[in-house]
Structure formats: C-alpha cells, structure tokens
Write a new protein. Structure first.
Length: 411
C-alpha cells in the first residue's frame, strides 16, 4: 500500500444544538487529521522509497536490482502477515498508544535500513517496518473517521489517506533526488527524523480514543459472505498487483528507455496528478464512487498502453506518468470507501482483509516484477499491467448491485 487501511465502523453522537436550537457549523479537526495523514505518508513512503533508489541500493548492498526490489516485497509480506492478527490482538488498545507504537517502529526500522551494509539485515529491518505498517493500517482510516462528525467522516478519511498520493507524488521523487544527490542512506535517515517529529505531533495534537470492547473483534469469514465485499477485495488485489509490477521497478524501467537520470522528474509528474486525483475523488466520491473507479482503471490502462508502445523515452513518458497518477491517486480512498460501504456491520473485518490483500499484492508485484525483469526485461512491465487490468475492469462493471453500486448508500 504502500496502501492499504482499516475503516473502523464508528458512530458519533449528533453535535449539540446551538443556543437557539440550530446546530453549530461542523468542522474537521485538521491538525489531528494532518498528523494521521503524515503517518500514512511515512507508512507509504517507507514501503515505496526503494523504488527510486534501486540502482544505488543494489550497488551498496552488492546484490542484483531484482534482489534489491525484494526490499519492497518483504515489507509488504510483513504487513500482509500481521495486519489481520494485529487488528485482532490490539483491538482493545487505546488508539493513540497503538499509533505511537507503530510510528516508533518505523523510526527504528528506517534507521537500521540506513546504516546496514548487509543485505540480510536490511531485509529483516524492512520486514519489521512492514510489521509496524500492519499496526498502523489496523487503525489509521478508522481513527480518522472517529475524529470527525458523522456527516464529515468520508472527508476525514480522504484527508488522512492523502498521505498515500503525497508520498508517491512528492515523497518518492524527493527521496530519489536526495538519494541521488547525497546517497540513499541519507534519504532513509531523513525519514527517521520526520518520524521523530511526528511522534511529538501525535502526542500533542491527536485526541485519544478507546479500542473495542471484548467481543467486538472483527470476524473475517463472516465479512466474506457480505454481498459486495468480495468484488472490492478482488479489485484491490489485482489492481495493486498491476500497479506494483511497474512502480517497484520504475527506475529500472526508465533505465531501459535511457531516462534513468530523470526518475525523480517522472515520479514528480506521476505525483502531481495523484494529488489532483485525490482532490477530485474527495469532492465527488459521495455520488460517483462507481464512475470514479471505472475512470481510475481506464486511466492506468491508458498509461500502460502508452508506455508499452514506446521504444525510447521523451515527452510521452511524462504524459503516461501523468495519466497513471491521475488514475491511481484516489484509488485507496475509493477502495476503502467501497469496502466500508459493502461491509456494513462487518466493515472492520472487511477493512482488515483489504489491508492484507493490498500488501499481498505489493509483495506479489515485487516478486512478479523481479521474475519478469530477469526473464523478459523491463519492457514487459506495461504489458503485464494491461493484462491484469482487464479482469479488474470486468469485475467493477459487473459489481453494479453490490461493491461498486450505481448509487452509493447515502449518496
């Protein structure tokens, strides 16, 4: 999921009436939500930062680029293996304590990654970073929802989840630029410094909330039987797999087009339109979840088709990156909202499964990309993306009644 994420089923009391019987204006607690968005940013950036630094990391760790690409895979495996059990095991923890624990885990893991010269130790650190992500994704979207008044909960989730496209749009290009300028290790140490600031921010600005009472833990199998949950989970698995195959090896793919020195700029083009995408989704999701999901799929497919047709680099690569970002940026919010709507009373369990499958797809994309790189070369990446998006589009179109309905509940 990097993204990935649980929307807890949280209800809120109606706001108190004003002095003359009118309700005061409802507002989002932006300082707290931006702290959560920064936590999402760190989670996503920690996962995807190696994508822009593969050549340099590969050289320093003395392994191949496909092996270095598995630093993304092992992170995702750590999250995939722990998201569901950690969601259950920490269900009773107070939310602030759990969030601080997860963020501290990122600080430790990124520090070890920055100083390690041993591939095995680096992989252990990356796995533990993934475990910290499992903790974080167990509460972030749900925490955001609980901080907001009921009518604004969808927007609160969109604000918090903006950390994902910001990480991809600004964080990875900035980290890539920093890594190319002064070394990839400095980029990871900068992540540690940002995490230390975030710990203070959360402590000062984020209200606490209790965990769930005993007996309120999510039941995964029951959620799978809820109409609409399975289509959303399928789309999550395959769409994220398609994205990761290309994104995890974007520096290598651009090397094949003689654009290796422009990785940060291409990622910046991707990221700027990712930010535009999440703004559009945040503004329109209440009424157009289905059409936005279809548009996201078609935009990423168009980007892949353009990249597949290229024989060299140039301006079309930036056009493709912009289309890709426009399709991808709002997708985490779309999928979390869709599975939360579909899950109903089983939303907690459905969200935990979404997190797990998101990271299974991230891991699978790293592995599949490495296999494709060694067997068929980087030019095979966009063709693979196109092939994988065909069933995604088919399922979204078919899930008109449940999953991606023509009319969203409450929309």
């Amino acid at each position: 999921m990097s993204a990935s994420p649980e929307t807890a089923a949280a209800s809120g009391a109606a706001p108190p009436a004003g002095r003359e019987g009118t309700e005061p204006p409802q507002r989002l607690p932006m300082l707290a939500l931006l702290a959560l968005a920064t936590a999402v940013f760190i989670t996503s950036l920690t996962e995807t930062l190696p994508a822009g630094l593969l050549p340099d990391m590969s050289h320093d760790l003395r392994v191949s680029e496909s092996a270095t690409g598995q630093t993304v895979t092992i992170y995702a495996i750590g999250t995939a293996l722990t998201a569901i059990p950690l969601t259950a095991a920490t269900a009773g923890w107070r939310r602030k304590r759990l969030l601080l624990t997860a963020v501290a885990g990122f600080a430790a893991a990124n520090t070890v990654t920055a100083v390690s010269s041993v591939y095995g130790l680096t992989m252990v650190a990356r796995f533990l970073a993934g475990v910290a992500a499992g903790l974080a994704w167990a509460l972030l979207a749900g925490y955001a929802r609980r901080l907001a008044p009921v009518p604004l909960q969808g927007r609160a989730i969109a604000v918090a989840m903006a950390g994902i496209p910001v990480a991809l749009s600004l964080g990875v290009p900035a980290g890539t630029f920093l890594g190319q300028a002064v070394g990839w290790r400095v980029a990871f140490l900068a992540m540690t410094a940002l995490t230390a600031v975030l710990l203070l921010w959360i402590t000062a600005a984020v209200p606490d909330h209790p965990g769930r009472q005993r007996g309120g833990r999510p039941r995964m199998l029951r959620a799978l039987g809820v109409p609409g949950v399975r289509p959303v989970l399928f789309v999550t698995l395959v769409f994220v797999l398609a994205h990761t195959v290309l994104y995890a090896y974007i520096a290598t793919f651009l090397d094949g087009l003689d654009m290796g020195g422009q990785t940060d700029l291409v990622l910046l083009a991707f990221g700027v339109t990712s930010l535009l995408s999440i703004w559009i989704v945040g503004a329109q999701i209440q009424h157009r979840l289905r059409s936005l999901t279809i548009a996201s799929t078609l935009l990423v497919a168009a980007a892949a088709a353009l990249l597949a047709a290229l024989s060299d680099g140039g301006a079309p690569v930036y056009v493709a990156a912009a289309l890709w970002g426009l399709g991808w940026g709002g997708l985490p919010t779309l999928l979390q909202t869709a599975v939360g709507d579909a899950g109903g009373e089983q939303a907690d369990a459905a969200q935990a499964m979404l997190v797990t499958l998101w990271n299974v797809a991230m891991a699978g994309g790293g592995v599949l990309g490495g296999v494709l790189l060694d067997a068929a070369g980087s030019a095979s990446f966009p063709w693979t993306v196109l092939l994988l998006l065909l069933p995604v589009l088919a399922v979204v179109l078919a899930a008109r009644g449940h999953g991606f309905p023509a009319r969203r509940p409450g929309g």
